[in-house]
Design a protein around this ligand. Structure first.
Ligand code: CTP
Ligand code: MG
Length: 579
């Protein structure tokens, strides 16, 4: 199991923990033995000196066992905590290396459960192994051995019973594993619905869907409860079965012991000690049901964690390929590109070819769902094209180091996503080493500088709950500033000016000219497309029209239709003035 190799650095500490566990165990196992001596030699012969001498020794041993137990817990905790820390860190780094293809197979909520809940399961499994789990089998084995040493004739019964018990336990472990895997999967579902609800709270309220969502959550919550109950209840069978077996063997010992005491073949001390050993075995067995459930959970969780650990790093994310030493010129060429998402059969892009020269501005129009965003995602290699090729500066991007390629692309996604932190921190995400002046300049070009200054803490204002709340258009402009601050060779704007008024948008587009980058703009607005060097119209994954505003206005019915539908609306706003 892969997930346990992270225990390696803690081998020494584990040995120390196990040493104290063994010490505690040995001391405990000798206690009934000493007790039998006290009864046989001291109490039966009324030898008070003998009784008090061994009595004191027993007390001292108890103190030793107690201290050993405390030290064992101390080291076991240390190992378990360090282990889960390293495991979480490794998993997090691994997840960061996933490509979008991997994400489409592993839902976010499942990844979250694995990084939190499953890691906790393993953490407590490690702790329990070092504290309880190891102890129970050792007490069982040790007690059997001690009982045999003390009086093998009386203890023989144990040999008949134990094999059956082990077979039973083995069967329970196998059963438990399946049941608990089921439980963890249900935890996944609960997490995913919870997450969806929290993210979409506004929508749920706006559509008055609270009742429906409550019912949905109750349903899956109930499922989780049921699955967990079934698993735990099944495990509970273990204990009564164990107790039955062990109490029966105590009866047998007492029965035979009684007759043998009468014939002086054995003595009372031995019987007391053996019954004592058997009850220790019983009490250890009684934690077995608990151990089995811990083990089954651990197996299930470790399989789920291994699944993440063993995912092959995607070729795209390996950052192999040719180094890009210089700034790219920004010539983009799509050559018969086709694409489908990894988990679907539908061809989202079909045979797309076009050419963008350095520093050109290309506008991309198309109805919703036509494949515009998908096309954009291929350029920084967030996804890999299935057919055809994409060349930048005449080089196939599949041969480029993806990290360096992305470093030269300013990508403003359709949903302007900002992170918790200050405005400045968000802008610096575009380029960590940007100076204050560069930050201000990028913000000015993105037409957001004045707005930022109007916030109480300016660039240091926190975004989100305890700080400033931003409008859709403000978020869009911050996302644009974040993209241009890195002075990209290629700028991708995915409907990023949709929330801006015409005047602001015009100033922004004018300012972008400073960056001398090839700019691809997805837009719904003719006013944005109008000034582009080239306009591409995409429909159902295909490039249906290509040309300038004027040429398309002459040749394309579709473009003309879009133009007049919008022109009619915007006449009042003085389109010419805005340009
Ligand atoms: N799609 C998909 N899997 C995704 C994202 C999208 O299968 N993870 C599919 C959608 O069903 C859609 C097609 O891909 O039919 C194109 O999606 P997209 O490129 O996002 O369309 P856009 O043109 O960007 O649409 P919009 O204008 O609404 O943003
Ligand atoms: Mg889109």
């Amino acid at each position: 199991m892969n997930s346990f190799k992270f225990l390696k650095p803690y081998r020494m500490t584990m040995f120390v923990a196990i040493f104290f566990l063994l010490l505690e165990l040995v001391v405990e196992l000798f206690q009934p033995y000493i007790l039998s001596k006290i009864i046989n030699n001291g109490i039966v012969h009324k030898d008070l000196a003998y009784v008090s001498k061994w009595g004191i020794i027993m007390i001292v041993l108890s103190v030793v066992a107690f201290l050993a137990g405390v030290l064992n817990t101390f080291y076991a905790t240390h190992v378990a905590q360090s282990y889960s820390f390293v495991l979480r860190k490794t998993l997090f780094e691994k997840v960061q290396s996933f490509s979008f293809t991997t994400f489409s197979f592993l839902p976010t909520s499942s990844i979250i459960t694995r990084l939190t809940n499953d890691v906790s399961q393993l953490q407590s499994a490690v702790f329990m192994s070092l504290r309880i789990i190891l102890r129970a089998p050792l007490i069982v084995t040790g007690s059997v051995i001690m009982a045999l040493i003390l009086n093998w004739k009386l203890s023989f019964i144990l040999f008949l019973i134990l094999p059956f018990l082990f077979m039973f336990l083995n069967w329970m472990v196998k059963k438990g594993r399946g049941l608990f895997k089921n439980v963890q999967e249900n935890v996944d579902v609960v997490n995913s619905v919870l997450r969806e609800n929290l993210v979409g709270m506004k929508l749920i309220k706006a559509f008055v869907r609270n009742d429906y969502e409550n019912k949905r959550f109750q349903h899956i919550n109930k499922n989780l409860k049921q699955k967990t109950s079934v698993a735990l209840r099944t495990m509970e069978i273990t204990m009564p079965v164990m107790l039955l077996f062990m109490n029966a063997s105590i009866l047998v010992v007492l029965w035979f012991g009684n007759s043998k005491v009468h014939t002086h073949e054995t003595n009372i001390g031995d019987i007391v000690a053996i019954v004592n050993y058997i009850s220790r075995i019983t009490s250890s067995f009684s934690v077995f049901s608990f151990i089995i459930s811990a083990f089954s959970r651990m197996r299930a969780s470790s399989e789920r964690i291994d699944e993440i650990l063993t995912i092959e790093e995607d070729l795209i994310e390996k950052n192999e390929g040719n180094n890009l030493r210089n700034r790219l010129e920004g010539k983009i060429q799509f050559h018969q590109v086709s694409f489908r998402y990894p988990n679907s059969d539908k061809e989202v892009l079909n045979n797309i070819s076009f050419l963008a020269y350095p520093e050109q501005t290309i506008a991309i129009l198309g109805s919703t769902g036509s494949g515009k965003t998908s096309l954009f995602q291929l350029i920084p290699r967030l996804y890999e094209a299935d057919g055809g090729s994409i060349l930048i500066d005449d080089q196939d991007i599949r041969k480029m180091n993806s990290k360096q390629l992305r470093g030269q692309i300013g990508y403003v996604p359709q949903e302007a996503l900002l992170f918790t932190g200050t405005i400045k921190e968000n802008l610096l995400m575009g380029r960590e080493d940007a100076t204050d002046e560069e930050v201000y300049l990028a913000a000015k070009h993105a037409q957001i500088h004045e707005t930022i200054l109007s916030f109480p803490n300016g660039y240091e204002s926190k975004i989100g709950q305890k700080g400033v709340n931003l409008s859709g258009g403000q978020k869009q402009r911050l996302a644009i500033a974040r993209a241009i601050i890195r002075k990209p060779s290629i700028l991708l704007l995915d409907d990023s000016t949709s929330a801006l008024d015409l005047k602001t948008e015009a100033s922004l587009i004018e300012a972008l000219k400073n960056y001398k980058c090839t700019t691809l703009i997805i837009t719904q607005k003719i006013t944005t497309a109008k000034n582009a060097d080239k306009i591409l119209i995409i429909d159902e994954g295909q490039l249906v029209e290509e040309g300038t505003h004027d040429s398309l206005l002459n040749s394309s019915k579709l473009y003309k239709a879009i133009y007049y539908s919008q022109y009619g609306k915007e006449e009042l706003m003085d389109v010419k003035g805005a340009n």
